[in-house]
Design a binder for this molecule. Structure first.
Ligand SMILES: [Cu+2]
Length: 182
């Protein structure tokens, strides 16, 4: 039931993307206006606080710019479970990808291979799971357009208990290995 409800909502969200809604963090440095839009400072605070649904908080989602013709891109983020029960990341969707998988890296015969986690990614109560290069990651498959540095990618993560959670991935430079910028 949870999955069905998520799918309906995700479709609605994908439609909103298609309508051309643009997300531009830090585009304006002005003070908060009176139209209800967050100021740049408020947006930065929201980014720092992360994306929350129920007991789940997701922080710092990022991906990489893709070379021309690339059809896949990895997505990285940290998931914190502040609840008293385990939760699972069971699904992810984005309008920029034909589909999105949750992958882990495994060493097989000395070769690192990616494997979809079909049963979902468990986040134990009071613990966090980091999706990072070389390990767990979200995989955007069948990319519909190249990812460009400085842009953002919207996606919806679905948790078994916390439900759907809309997040925004920052697109870092081609070859970037972390979110740190100095
Ligand atoms: Cu992968």
């Amino acid at each position: 039931m949870t999955i069905q409800r998520f799918s309906v909502r995700a479709l609605a969200i994908a439609g909103a993307f298609a309508a051309g809604f643009a997300f531009s963090p830090g585009a304006s440095a002005g003070p908060a206006d009176h139209t209800g839009h967050p100021s740049a400072a408020q947006q930065s605070a929201a980014d720092a606080a992360g994306f929350k649904a129920g007991d789940i908080t997701v922080t710092a989602p990022w991906t990489r710019a893709t070379p021309g013709g690339a059809k896949v891109a990895g997505g990285y983020l940290k998931i914190v479970n502040n609840g008293a029960a385990a939760d699972r990341l069971i699904k992810a969707e984005s309008s920029i990808a034909g589909h999105v998988e949750i992958h882990e890296m495994t060493m097989t015969g000395g070769v690192m291979k990616m494997r979809p986690i079909m049963e979902g990614l468990v986040i134990k109560p009071g613990q966090s799971v980091e999706l990072a290069p070389g390990g767990l990651h979200v995989m955007f498959m069948d990319l519909k357009q190249p990812l460009k540095q400085g842009e953002t990618v919207k996606a919806t993560l679905a948790f078994e208990k916390a439900g759907p959670l809309d997040v925004v991935f920052k697109v870092n430079a081609l070859g970037a290995t972390s979110t740190h910028k100095h």
